[in-house]
Design a protein around this ligand. Structure first.
Ligand SMILES: [Zn+2]
Length: 92
C-alpha cells in the first residue's frame, strides 16, 4: 500500500495491492477503480503519456460513473478508450 499519482487525473491516490495482481486505486476524482498490475505499468509508462487532457477528463468521469471497474489488458486496448463518450462539457 502506498501513495501515487492517478494515471488519468493526476490527483494523489491511495493504491493497494490485492491478490491476483490487481491494484485497488482510490482516487478523490475518479473514485475507486482497479487495474491489473501489468496493465497499470502499460498505462503509466506509455498509454497515459499519449492521452490528451480531454481524454483524461473523459476517462476520469467515466470511471467515476462506473465505480469498481477493472481495467485489464484485454479491455483497455479494444474497448476501454474507444467507448469513452465525448465530454458533456466544453474544453478548448
Ligand atoms: Zn483519478
Amino acid at each position: 500500500m502506498g501513495y501515487e499519482i492517478c494515471l488519468f487525473c493526476s490527483e494523489n491516490i491511495k493504491i493497494e495491492t490485492r491478490p491476483f495482481d490487481v491494484y485497488y486505486i482510490d482516487c478523490p476524482r475518479c473514485g475507486k477503480y482497479h487495474v491489473t498490475t501489468d496493465t497499470y505499468e502499460d498505462i503509466r509508462d506509455s498509454i497515459a503519456k499519449n492521452l490528451k487532457e480531454r481524454q483524461r477528463a473523459n476517462i476520469s468521469g467515466w470511471l467515476y460513473e462506473n465505480q469498481g471497474y477493472l481495467i485489464r489488458t484485454d479491455n483497455i486496448n479494444m474497448s476501454f478508450f474507444s467507448t469513452i463518450e465525448p465530454p458533456v462539457f466544453h474544453t478548448h
